[in-house]
Unconditional design. Structure first.
Length: 169
Protein backbone atom coordinates (compact mmCIF):
# COMPACT_ATOMS: atom_id res chain seq x y z
CA UNK A 1 0.00 0.00 0.00
CA UNK A 2 1.32 3.44 -0.89
CA UNK A 3 2.36 5.72 1.94
CA UNK A 4 0.08 8.67 2.64
CA UNK A 5 1.57 12.07 2.12
CA UNK A 6 0.65 15.26 3.96
CA UNK A 7 -0.74 18.17 1.97
CA UNK A 8 2.16 20.35 3.09
CA UNK A 9 4.72 17.78 1.82
CA UNK A 10 2.86 17.48 -1.47
CA UNK A 11 2.81 21.27 -1.94
CA UNK A 12 6.51 21.49 -1.08
CA UNK A 13 7.33 18.80 -3.66
CA UNK A 14 5.17 20.54 -6.26
CA UNK A 15 6.88 23.88 -5.59
CA UNK A 16 10.28 22.19 -5.94
CA UNK A 17 9.22 20.66 -9.28
CA UNK A 18 8.13 24.11 -10.50
CA UNK A 19 11.48 25.61 -9.43
CA UNK A 20 13.41 22.81 -11.15
CA UNK A 21 11.40 23.20 -14.35
CA UNK A 22 11.90 26.96 -14.24
CA UNK A 23 15.67 26.68 -13.80
CA UNK A 24 15.92 24.23 -16.72
CA UNK A 25 13.83 26.43 -18.98
CA UNK A 26 13.61 30.11 -18.01
CA UNK A 27 10.92 30.59 -20.68
CA UNK A 28 8.51 28.43 -18.62
CA UNK A 29 5.66 30.33 -17.02
CA UNK A 30 2.78 29.22 -14.86
CA UNK A 31 -0.47 29.42 -16.79
CA UNK A 32 -3.77 30.07 -15.04
CA UNK A 33 -7.28 31.21 -15.82
CA UNK A 34 -9.13 34.18 -14.30
CA UNK A 35 -12.14 35.97 -15.72
CA UNK A 36 -12.24 33.59 -18.66
CA UNK A 37 -8.81 34.83 -19.77
CA UNK A 38 -5.53 32.96 -19.83
CA UNK A 39 -2.68 34.43 -17.81
CA UNK A 40 1.03 33.74 -17.41
CA UNK A 41 3.34 34.55 -14.54
CA UNK A 42 6.99 33.92 -13.93
CA UNK A 43 7.51 31.17 -11.35
CA UNK A 44 10.02 33.37 -9.53
CA UNK A 45 7.26 35.93 -8.86
CA UNK A 46 5.00 33.58 -6.92
CA UNK A 47 5.41 31.53 -3.79
CA UNK A 48 2.85 28.81 -4.40
CA UNK A 49 -0.68 28.00 -5.50
CA UNK A 50 -3.11 26.94 -2.77
CA UNK A 51 -6.78 26.15 -2.39
CA UNK A 52 -8.61 27.57 0.62
CA UNK A 53 -12.06 26.73 1.92
CA UNK A 54 -13.09 30.32 2.34
CA UNK A 55 -12.02 33.92 2.37
CA UNK A 56 -13.18 36.24 5.16
CA UNK A 57 -14.84 39.33 3.70
CA UNK A 58 -13.61 42.76 4.74
CA UNK A 59 -16.05 45.64 5.26
CA UNK A 60 -15.60 48.89 3.34
CA UNK A 61 -13.35 47.31 0.73
CA UNK A 62 -13.58 47.62 -3.03
CA UNK A 63 -15.57 44.82 -4.67
CA UNK A 64 -12.48 43.26 -6.26
CA UNK A 65 -10.85 42.82 -2.84
CA UNK A 66 -12.18 39.36 -1.95
CA UNK A 67 -11.03 39.51 1.69
CA UNK A 68 -8.50 37.84 3.93
CA UNK A 69 -7.29 34.24 4.10
CA UNK A 70 -5.08 32.61 6.69
CA UNK A 71 -2.61 30.23 5.11
CA UNK A 72 -0.37 28.32 7.52
CA UNK A 73 -0.62 31.13 10.06
CA UNK A 74 0.02 34.01 7.66
CA UNK A 75 -2.80 36.38 6.68
CA UNK A 76 -3.03 37.25 2.98
CA UNK A 77 -5.06 39.98 1.32
CA UNK A 78 -6.91 38.31 -1.54
CA UNK A 79 -7.64 40.14 -4.79
CA UNK A 80 -10.02 38.74 -7.37
CA UNK A 81 -7.73 39.29 -10.38
CA UNK A 82 -10.48 39.22 -13.00
CA UNK A 83 -12.62 41.75 -11.11
CA UNK A 84 -9.58 43.97 -10.45
CA UNK A 85 -8.78 43.96 -14.18
CA UNK A 86 -12.41 44.77 -14.99
CA UNK A 87 -12.90 41.54 -16.93
CA UNK A 88 -15.72 39.98 -14.90
CA UNK A 89 -17.78 40.17 -11.77
CA UNK A 90 -16.30 39.03 -8.47
CA UNK A 91 -16.30 35.25 -8.17
CA UNK A 92 -18.89 33.89 -5.73
CA UNK A 93 -17.81 32.97 -2.20
CA UNK A 94 -16.67 29.44 -1.54
CA UNK A 95 -13.58 27.41 -2.21
CA UNK A 96 -10.89 29.57 -3.81
CA UNK A 97 -7.65 28.93 -5.64
CA UNK A 98 -5.03 31.48 -4.74
CA UNK A 99 -1.73 32.38 -6.30
CA UNK A 100 0.49 33.62 -3.45
CA UNK A 101 2.77 36.50 -4.39
CA UNK A 102 6.44 35.90 -3.56
CA UNK A 103 7.39 37.31 -0.13
CA UNK A 104 10.32 39.27 -1.59
CA UNK A 105 7.81 41.94 -2.68
CA UNK A 106 7.08 42.68 0.98
CA UNK A 107 3.32 42.23 0.70
CA UNK A 108 1.15 39.30 1.78
CA UNK A 109 -0.99 39.29 -1.34
CA UNK A 110 -2.85 36.52 -3.10
CA UNK A 111 -4.56 36.55 -6.48
CA UNK A 112 -7.82 34.66 -6.73
CA UNK A 113 -8.13 32.63 -9.92
CA UNK A 114 -10.44 30.08 -11.46
CA UNK A 115 -7.85 27.38 -12.06
CA UNK A 116 -4.19 26.66 -12.62
CA UNK A 117 -3.29 25.48 -16.14
CA UNK A 118 0.25 24.24 -15.57
CA UNK A 119 3.55 25.28 -17.10
CA UNK A 120 3.63 27.00 -20.48
CA UNK A 121 6.71 27.56 -22.61
CA UNK A 122 7.01 30.98 -24.26
CA UNK A 123 9.20 29.51 -27.00
CA UNK A 124 6.08 27.69 -28.22
CA UNK A 125 4.09 30.94 -28.40
CA UNK A 126 4.24 34.01 -30.58
CA UNK A 127 4.43 37.47 -29.07
CA UNK A 128 1.45 39.71 -29.80
CA UNK A 129 1.45 43.49 -29.92
CA UNK A 130 0.57 45.37 -26.76
CA UNK A 131 -2.50 47.54 -26.97
CA UNK A 132 -2.64 51.19 -25.93
CA UNK A 133 -5.03 50.55 -23.06
CA UNK A 134 -3.10 47.60 -21.58
CA UNK A 135 -2.27 48.28 -17.91
CA UNK A 136 1.43 48.71 -17.16
CA UNK A 137 1.31 45.53 -15.04
CA UNK A 138 0.65 43.51 -18.19
CA UNK A 139 4.15 42.50 -19.26
CA UNK A 140 3.00 41.32 -22.65
CA UNK A 141 0.55 39.40 -24.78
CA UNK A 142 1.18 36.02 -26.34
CA UNK A 143 -0.64 33.68 -28.73
CA UNK A 144 -0.46 29.94 -28.21
CA UNK A 145 -0.22 27.47 -31.10
CA UNK A 146 -3.96 26.84 -30.70
CA UNK A 147 -4.72 30.58 -31.04
CA UNK A 148 -5.37 31.15 -27.33
CA UNK A 149 -4.38 34.62 -26.17
CA UNK A 150 -2.28 34.75 -23.00
CA UNK A 151 -1.54 37.82 -20.89
CA UNK A 152 1.76 37.85 -19.01
CA UNK A 153 1.70 39.55 -15.62
CA UNK A 154 4.43 41.73 -14.18
CA UNK A 155 3.80 40.79 -10.56
CA UNK A 156 6.17 43.41 -9.17
CA UNK A 157 4.37 46.23 -10.99
CA UNK A 158 0.96 44.85 -10.09
CA UNK A 159 1.56 44.66 -6.33
CA UNK A 160 3.27 48.07 -6.32
CA UNK A 161 0.56 49.85 -8.30
CA UNK A 162 -1.49 52.46 -6.47
CA UNK A 163 -4.76 50.94 -7.70
CA UNK A 164 -3.85 47.52 -6.29
CA UNK A 165 -2.74 48.93 -2.95
CA UNK A 166 -5.87 51.07 -2.55
CA UNK A 167 -8.42 48.39 -1.63
CA UNK A 168 -10.50 50.67 0.60
CA UNK A 169 -13.91 51.71 -0.68
Amino acid sequence: MAEKQSLRDFQAQLAERFRTASSRNPASKLGFQAGGRHWLTDLAEINEVVTVAGISPVPWAKPWFAGLASIRGTVYGCTDLAAFAGLSEVMPAGESRLLLVHPRYGINAALRMERALGLRNLSEMSEAARQEDDPDWWKGRWHGADGTEWIELDMERLVASAAFLDAGA
